[in-house]
Write a protein that binds this ligand. Sequence first.
Ligand code: ZN
Ligand code: ZN
Length: 902
Amino acid sequence: MSEIPKAYEPGKIEKKWYDFWLRQGYSTPRIDPDREPFVIVMPLPNVTGDLHLGHALFVTLQDIMTRWHRMRGEPTLWLPGTDHAGIATQVVVERQLAKQGKTKEGIGREEFTKLILKWADKNRDDIRRQHQLLGASCDWAREKFTLDEGPSRAVRTAFVRLYNKGLIYRGERMINWCPRCRTALSDLEVEHKDIVGHLYYIRYPLTESEGFVTVATTRPETFLGDTAVAVNPEDERYKNFIGKSVTLPIIDKEIPIIADEAVDSSFGTGALKITPAHDPTDFEVAQRHDLPLVNIMNPDATMNENAGPYHGLERFACRDKVLVDLKDRTLLEKIEPYSHSVGHCGRCQTMIEPKVSLQWFVQTQPLAKAAIEAVKDGRVTIIPERFARIYFDWMENIRDWCISRQLWWGHRIPVWYCQDCAKVTASIDEPTACTHCDSKQLVQDPDVLDTWFSSALWTHSVLGWPENTDDLRYFYPGSVMETGYDILFFWVARMIMMGLENMGKVPFHTVYLHGLIRDKSGEKMSRSKLQANAMSLAEPISNYGVDALRFALTTGTSPGNDINLGKSKLESSRNFVNKLWNATRFILRSLDAERLEAQAIELQPQRIEDQWIDGQLNKLVKNVTGLMEEFQFGEAEQQIYDFIWSKFCDWYIEIAKIRLRPHPALSMAGEGFGEVSPLPFLANTLEKSLRLLHPFMPFVTEELWQSLKQRLPDKGQMPASIMIAPYPFADDKGFAPEAERVMDSVIEIIRSIRNVRAQYKVKPGKWIEAQVYTGELLSGLITQANIIETLAKVQPLKILGRQERELTKDKALVLVLKEAEVVLPLAGMVDRLAEEQRLVKESEEIKGRIAQLESRLRDNAFLSKAPSQVIEREKQKLAMLEDKLKRLHQELSQLSSSSADM
Ligand SMILES: [Zn+2]
Ligand SMILES: [Zn+2]
């Protein structure tokens, strides 16, 4: 049998195993009507390019869930797909064109769309490759793209249905307009930035008398579109002006002064200019007072004919000129510095122009109502729970969703305008005639739908909706939606709304929100800052391997909390992989030296350390299962890590090494190891640990598991891959509490002797004498004497009952432990005064901890709230500490009496 290489080289095995899994088709589930499937629909990565660590995090989390459920024997579907990402993609390709001195208008809609499609195809291949690199066990046979025929048909179907129900309408509403992208944006696509601007105080002359009303504004050029001045009806300063009018300067237009309770009297002068076509609040005021809308801008944010003398000027040039002209007329009262939040296009960072525009909207309130209910009554659970409150808050105040985008890339709106009767025909397939007048003169709406419209349908469109397919019947609703908390509203809320609307059932039962990845200094890693801090995937993968990267990203984390990822976390994950590798090499070599008999696997542990490792493993399996069920993957991983690193590698394997030596060290006390081999327990613990770890570290566990399997007597009955092997389950053999008590004590004894050796700089090769005194654990500790001797390098070692302790006049160091005292006669090495000080210091520490515990156990608030087993544990801890203190005091008095003899 070939030995595994000395060092782990991830690059050599990752591709090999991924290709193997792919060939075997393990990720493609079979529909089994008798079993409940586990389903995750992958959040759509944009087709805009390289994945970064944020993607690696979600891929890892979803892969952990998927692999775990698959190993539990459930038909498991993780369905991958990519999003055409409307505006994001179009902006990138437009920039590429610009570099060649071309524009999209220059090459035309058809050519431009073809160009993006080609570019998106290539990117999709890259994205798929990067997912495979990360070990994602998703079902590539079912992969979907939002612009595929199936999902596209779903988009048109959903649109037409909502339109026929009156839930989609076209109307003039306030939207966010990006003058550079020349499209409407939803509120969620706008980034708000605090900027230091100015507040301009402009005088509007009263029409019928002398004097002015002064208004304050951050955008003076918009005065050209004003249709009223509003004041608060309670504002004493303006009571007499209500109902009168002012004349807009320069363009000489008369507008009324109105009263509206929404006006904040403390802002500026208390008189508010109302520009309904260019400000969301003003738009609402205008609706209440039936004021006209005057749009003063072209789509590219130059001024239109309504701007009179400023027609044709760019918006900021217009602002400069307006200010000069107002100043000339002494109508500019003053200018103050003013910090405020201004919306910017999330894609190109151009300053947003709020404006009224004719767009398509979804009336979301009725949809939101059902979606709120679904979370309230528990059909959908949000993890962590705190996000449910944010969800309710947002859904209860939801505004109509602007779904039309003035782009070329995306799902074209399935609406045709009749050139004869001017009515609208909405249709899933291209209509041949107007449904109202049968005219053939139809023109399709040039706009496309918001990319989130197709994403909202993703949970069912990928399974074939609106067709009633086998997949749709079996895999809908999904189990878990795993995504970043930053797109809870963009996506999760809308999926719930559309899932309920189209399918009548929630799209998934659990929403698991992960945190965002931050760099060491806590900055969010994002695509827009890619050069600055977003680590690409290639570097950590080639330096540390995929398993170490996955482990570093997810271990010790909890849902919804942000993750700081630095080099040290990656390094320690790699160290863990290496530790596992080396431990396995040792076990494999031992298995090559001594064949394992089939019946040995069934052996009941006789020796205490074997019972202990068996019990600890069983306990770990039970804990991990519970944690996985509660979505505490980070904690589950941490516990597996602690078990493998410490209990298994540092202790059990070290003990096993002693037992496997051809000539065991001579034991001065206790019994020998006899004929019982630790090999079955080494093999069994390793095999189960690898399976436990597989969902987190798929590659190294498969590699090691395959090598181990070759050496196991029952290999014929074992599955072909660890990926489809059953996840370990806790058996009812229990946790061997007695063995645990003994081994805890053995470990404590060895550790404290090692500490003393280090503290007193005892040479590593030097044997020192030791005596251990104990109570109830006497017989147990005696069986472990050989282990203590070898691992603590003590000889001769005596293990005796406390009653046999003799007062020694020799200088000795006494270690007071939980269940034993260790006496180390280190003649000539220990300073008695220092030793006394050490014991005093230790008893002071114990006293402090006792006082803390006592006050806790007196605290009624604690006693009334804490579960009884917690209180019981605290009481036991207290008793243990009191016992230790008593023994420390005995040692101290012994020390002073013996020093008196000197
Ligand atoms: Zn833009
Ligand atoms: Zn018509």
